[in-house]
Design a protein around this ligand. Structure first.
Ligand code: ATP
Ligand code: MG
Length: 447
C-alpha cells in the first residue's frame, strides 16, 4: 500500500476523551472513529488488525476441530423466554420491537440460538461430539462504555458452543478450548493467563478467564508469579487426545491464579511471599462448562446408546476479538506509539523515502516495495512529499515492527537502513539483505 493513496487519518493531538493509552493510540493512528457511545467505525488500519485477529482465531479453532458458522445479530425474544433469560438479562440487553410488534433483541451472546439449531437437527449420540462457533458482533448496553474498544457496547466476539453426551466428554471439550486459547493468544504476541473465575449462578470449578496483565485492566487479579514463566510455545497437541489436553490444563492451572471474585486469601498466603502478586488484568476470553443448563429447559436431547433420551452437556467459550486489539496495545507500546507483534501487524514493514522525487531514492523504494510484495508481504510505503521527521513520527505511531529507510546518502554507499520498532536499533544493509531479513522474520523462504 502506498500511503499517498491510503486512508490513514492520523491525529497529531491527544484526543481529550481517551483515558488509556490503547484508546488514545487507536484514535491517533486512525484505526477507529467513535460513531456513538461505545460504538465504533473501524477505519482501514483498525479493520486490517481486526481481520488478522479473526484469522488467527479461525485457524486455531479449526485446528482444534471446531466448526465455523454464522448466526445473526438480531434474535427473537421467544427463544430467550424459553431459557428464562429474557427477563433475567436485565438492561444490558438491547430490546427491539419490529413492525409486527414482535419482540426482538440484539444478541449479547448466543446460547439460546445455538441450542435451538442443535435441537432441530441433532438427535443421536452418534452425532456427538460437536463444537460449533462463530465470530459475530454482539451488543451489550454497558452502563459505562469506556476505554474505546475495550469496553464497547457493540463488540466482536468469537463464541463457541460444545455439545457432548457426558460430562466427561464436555470437560474434554473444555480442556481442548483452554489449549487452543493458549495457542491463539500466543500467536497474537500476548501472554493471557487462565485464571479461575466466578461460575456465577451455575457455580462449580469449570470456568476460567484469560487475563492479560496490564495496569489499566478492569479486573483485580491474584497469582503466583511462577505462572508467568509458562509458555505454550510450538508444542504439538493432538486435540482428540484426552490426556494430552488434560495435562496442559493441569500445567497451566495448578498454580494460584484467580480473579477477585474467586480469590481466597488463605490459599493465596500459602504461596511463598516473594511470589505473590496482586495486579490488574484485561479479560480477553472465558471458557465455561455449564452442563444441561440450556439443554434441559430447551429440550436439546439426544438418544444415547441405551435408547434413552438425555439432555446434552454443553459449554460456551468466548474470545473478545475487538477488545484484544486494545489489550495488545496496552501490552505493547512506548511513548511514541504502538508496537505491533509480528503476528498481528497491519502491514509487515514500512518503507520511508527520505527524499521523495529523487530519482534514485524513488526507484530504490519501488524496487523494495515490489520485492516485498512478490514475497507475499504487505509493505506500507510512505511516498508522501513530507519531512522525514513527520514520516518517522507516523510510522512510530502506527507501530509497524520493521521499517526500511531509503535516502540518497545511503544509496551512494549501496545501503538502506533497517530499523526495529521494538528496540529502535538500526543497521545499514544492501536492499537485498534488508528484504531477506524481513522475509526470514516472517518465516518466508526467498525463491
Ligand atoms: P466483562 O466481565 O469484561 O464485562 P464478560 O465476562 O461479561 O466481560 P463474556 O460473556 O465472558 O464477557 O464474553 C467473552 C469475551 O468478550 C470477554 O472475555 C471479553 O473479552 C469480551 N467482551 C465482553 N464484554 C465486552 C465489551 N463490552 N466490550 C468488548 N469486549 C467485551
Ligand atoms: Mg467473561
Amino acid at each position: 500500500m502506498r500511503l499517498s493513496r491510503y486512508f490513514l487519518p492520523v491525529l497529531k493531538e491527544n484526543p481529550a476523551e481517551a483515558q488509556i493509552v490503547s484508546h488514545r493510540y487507536m484514535l491517533r493512528a486512525g484505526m477507529i472513529k467513535q460513531a456513538s457511545a461505545g460504538i465504533y467505525s473501524w477505519l482501514p488500519l483498525g479493520f486490517k488488525v481486526l481481520r488478522k485477529l479473526e484469522n488467527i482465531v479461525h485457524e486455531e479453532q479449526v485446528r482444534a476441530g471446531h466448526i465455523p458458522m454464522l448466526m445473526p445479530t438480531l434474535q427473537s425474544a421467544d427463544l430467550w423466554r424459553e431459557s428464562g433469560r429474557y427477563d433475567d438479562y436485565g438492561e444490558e440487553m438491547l430490546r427491539i420491537t419490529d413492525r409486527h410488534k414482535r419482540d426482538m433483541l440484539y444478541g449479547p451472546t448466543n446460547e439460546e440460538l445455538i441450542t435451538d439449531i442443535f435441537r432441530s437437527h441433532v438427535g443421536s449420540y452418534k452425532d456427538l461430539p460437536l463444537t460449533l462457533y462463530h465470530i459475530q458482533w454482539k451488543f451489550r448496553d454497558e452502563i459505562r462504555p469506556r476505554f474505546g474498544v475495550m469496553r464497547g457496547r457493540e463488540f466482536l466476539m468469537k463464541d463457541g458452543y460444545n455439545f457432548d453426551l457426558t460430562k466427561e466428554d464436555a470437560l474434554h471439550a473444555y480442556n481442548r478450548h483452554l489449549v487452543s486459547y493458549l495457542r491463539t493468544y500466543e500467536r497474537m504476541g500476548l501472554q493471557a493467563i487462565p485464571m479461575r473465575a466466578d461460575g456465577g449462578p451455575i457455580g462449580g470449578d469449570y470456568t476460567h478467564e484469560f487475563l492479560v496483565l496490564a495496569e489499566t485492566g478492569e479486573s483485580e487479579v491474584f497469582y503466583d508469579s511462577e505462572i508467568t514463566d509458562l509458555k505454550f510455545g510450538d508444542r504439538q497437541i493432538d486435540y482428540n487426545n484426552v490426556e494430552q489436553c488434560q495435562a496442559v490444563l493441569k500445567e497451566f492451572t495448578s498454580r494460584y491464579a484467580r480473579t477477585d471474585e474467586t480469590h481466597d486469601e488463605a490459599l493465596f498466603n500459602q504461596i511463598p511471599e516473594d511470589r505473590r502478586r496482586v495486579a490488574r488484568g484485561i479479560e480477553v476470553g472465558q471458557i465455561f462448562y455449564f452442563g444441561t443448563k440450556y439443554s434441559e429447559p430447551m429440550g436439546a436431547t439426544v438418544v444415547n446408546d441405551k435408547g434413552e433420551r438425555v439432555p446434552v452437556h454443553m459449554g460456551s467459550h468466548g474470545i473478545g476479538v475487538s477488545r484484544l486489539i486494545g489489550a495488545i496495545i496496552e501490552a505493547s507500546h512506548d511513548d511514541k506509539g504502538i508496537i505491533w507483534p509480528e503476528g498481528v501487524t497491519p502491514f509487515h514493514c514500512g518503507i520511508v523515502n527520505l527524499k521523495q522525487g529523487d530519482e534514485e531514492a524513488d526507484a530504490a523504494c519501488e524496487a523494495i516495495y515490489d520485492s516485498l510484495t512478490a514475497l507475499g508481504l504487505e509493505p506500507l510505503y510512505d511516498d508522501r512529499n513530507e519531512r522525514a521527521g513527520g514520516k518517522f513520527a507516523s510510522m512510530d505511531l502506527i507501530g509497524l515492527p520493521w521499517r526500511i529507510t531509503v535516502g540518497p546518502r545511503g544509496l551512494k554507499n549501496g545501503v538502506v537502513e533497517l530499523t526495529s520498532r521494538r528496540t529502535g536499533e538500526s543497521e545499514e544493509l544492501p536492499p537485498e539483505q534488508a528484504i531477506a531479513k524481513i522475509a526470514a522474520i516472517y518465516g518466508l523462504a526467498q525463491g
